[in-house]
Design a protein around this ligand. Structure first.
Ligand SMILES: Cc1cc2nc3c(=O)[nH]c(=O)nc-3n(C[C@H](O)[C@H](O)[C@H](O)COP(=O)(O)OP(=O)(O)OC[C@H]3O[C@@H](n4cnc5c(N)ncnc54)[C@H](O)[C@@H]3O)c2cc1C
Length: 508
């Protein structure tokens, strides 16, 4: 009997769980709490920088990853609705995100860009080739042109992206150019985190790391203040920029400047994702690193016992480790640290993601037909609007589509029944999504205890993305290497050979 792909996937996951889950009181060089992109990247970089033939430090390949969920990937996850699978968390990656690109290449993963993927809210805003509208709760204050129909002339089809750009430019004018320049300057500074290891310091604090690249200033003031100073119009800020920050971080333009600018970069062109799900980046890195993975193993206490950390799980297992890396936000967790560690309090922004297979109700939008509703509806920062955005993920036919919505509060059935005229299937996810950004940002330490307890997600107060987690993880890996081996991080960066990835994921 042939096994389906899903059954094989479950078997692979179960086999790993059995293989590793049964061990107890095991010891390792490095333990990592969390198997998202942060945890998987730190494992990758540790091995990559220390185990290459030319590396001048002892190989650190004895790495154990503890993950409370039954799947790897954390906030990179997929959901299946109506038989199709879509990104449920982190969905798009910027074309200049070099670590993510490098991982995809290393792991031989297929990637797709916005042009060949299904619609995604983040890849639509401000793009010249897509149809989006800005809703104020009673009308569309702005919308781009609907895509050409099958009866449109070839010339119109060709001209459509250009015409759409002109429509956006007509509304926002020179401010649009200023916004693009502002984002480009931020991206240029961020690119410094990929410069070579000889000239790039190892950072002990997030503040140091941001000051070195010139990005720290952006974390001190709100996005609104930064954009006003950069000469952007109030219309651009209250409409387009607000729509983008609401989609990407569920917050308005009072968000801190760096997170806000990163969010704006999330509507650049050339955005991409991994075919089949971005979670494969984490799964592939863990497989490639050959780290010992424990799924469904929640760590609830970490104590430092003279040179070693003891990690205890809710299952009663303990693990001793010379180095421990926390690769998850600590804000909503109940991990007991002995001795206690001090982390500034931080509120997480919850994003409720609702997937619906059905049809939007044109009456809710004051329209006659669902075909008049833009493929992406972004909303203004007004108290009575119950959602940040709704977008078509897939059109099966004019009466049957799959949509994704983001909101700050759960959307109950009666509300959904007013927004949708047909609803065949609904899936809701409550994400503890990212920090609630407030300027000036306060950063937790990277080294939590002055010894070997490290925290990757202190960087999330700068911005929360797949790439920023990978950049923070790379710095933590270098910091561990330099502190453990008391050598400056001049290890070789020859990439190890590509090995087959292990499949470790199931849908949410
Ligand atoms: C709805 C949404 C949309 C997003 N969109 C994008 C996007 O389009 N592009 C982008 O780049 N980023 C996006 N992001 C942000 C991105 O997902 C995150 O910044 C990134 O994935 C964080 O990775 P991480 O490894 O640091 O943390 P996580 O992915 O959260 O991983 C932490 C892991 O630790 C595990 N864990 C927690 N506590 C314990 C414990 N006690 N013991 C063991 N394991 C534990 C968790 O189960 C989890 O698997 C989005 C996020 C959300 C929620």
């Amino acid at each position: 009997m042939a096994l389906s792909g899903a059954a094989l996937l479950l078997l692979a996951t179960a086999a790993l769980f059995l293989r590793y889950g049964a061990e107890a009181a095991a010891s390792s060089k490095v333990c990592v709490v969390g198997s998202g992109i942060g945890g998987s990247s730190v494992a990758h970089f540790l091995k990559h920088y220390t185990c290459a033939k030319s590396a001048e430090v002892p190989c650190m390949d004895d790495i154990r990853i503890l993950e409370r969920s039954r799947r790897v990937g954390g906030r990179m996850a997929t959901v299946t609705i109506g038989g199709d699978t879509f990104e449920a968390g982190a969905s798009i990656i910027h074309p200049k995100n070099r670590h993510a690109l490098g991982f995809a290449r290393l792991l031989n993963l297929n990637t797709k860009t916005e042009d060949d993927s299904d619609y995604d809210p983040k890849s639509n805003v401000s793009s010249s080739s897509s149809w989006f509208g800005i809703w104020d709760g009673s009308r569309f204050v702005f919308q781009t042109l609907p895509p050409p129909s099958s009866s449109s002339s070839a010339l119109y089809r060709k001209m459509y992206p250009l015409l759409n750009s002109l429509v956006i430019f007509w509304r926002y004018g020179i401010s649009l150019i200023r916004m693009n320049r502002f984002v480009k300057e931020m991206v240029e500074k961020f690119l410094l985190y990929y410069t070579n290891l000889e000239t790039r310091p190892v950072f002990e604090t997030v503040e140091e790391m941001l000051k070195w690249s010139g990005l720290y200033g952006l974390t001190r003031r709100t996005l609104h203040e930064e954009l006003v100073d950069a000469g952007m119009s109030s219309r651009l800020i209250s409409e387009l920029v607000t729509v983008i920050t609401r989609i990407n971080y569920g917050q308005d333009v009072s968000i801190s400047g760096l997170a806000g600018t990163v969010s704006l970069a999330g509507s650049d062109s050339g955005l991409w994702s991994v075919d089949g799900g971005n979670w494969q980046l984490a799964a592939g890195l863990i497989g490639h690193t050959n780290a010992t993975l424990h799924l469904h193993e929640e760590i609830d206490s970490i104590s430092y016992t003279g040179g070693y950390y003891e990690l205890n799980s809710t299952k009663g297992n303990s693990y001793t480790c010379e180095v421990t890396v926390i690769a998850t936000p600590l804000d909503e967790l109940n991990i007991t640290f002995i001795p206690p560690v001090s982390v500034p309090s931080r509120r997480l922004q919850h994003t409720f993601t609702t997937f619906v297979r059905g049809l939007l109700n044109p009456k809710y939008f004051g329209l006659n037909s669902a075909s008049e509703i833009p493929d992406l509806v972004g909303t203004l920062e007004l108290p009575d609007i119950p959602f940040s955005c709704v977008s078509v993920l897939k059109k099966y036919n004019e009466e049957d589509m799959t949509y994704k919505m983001f909101s700050r509060a759960p959307l109950d059935d009666s509300l959904l029944d007013s927004i949708f005229s047909k609803r065949k299937e609904t899936i809701r996810i409550d994400w503890a999504a990212y920090p609630h950004y407030e300027a000036p940002e306060v950063f937790a330490p990277i080294v939590l205890d002055g010894a070997h307890l490290y925290y990757i997600n202190s960087f999330e107060n700068a911005a929360s993305t797949i790439e920023t987690s990978a950049v923070a993880a790379e710095n933590v890996a270098r910091l561990i290497i330099s502190r453990v081996s008391a050598l400056s991080s001049d290890a070789s960066i020859v990439m190890p050979p590509i090995s087959a990835e292990e499949v470790l994921h199931t849908d949410l």
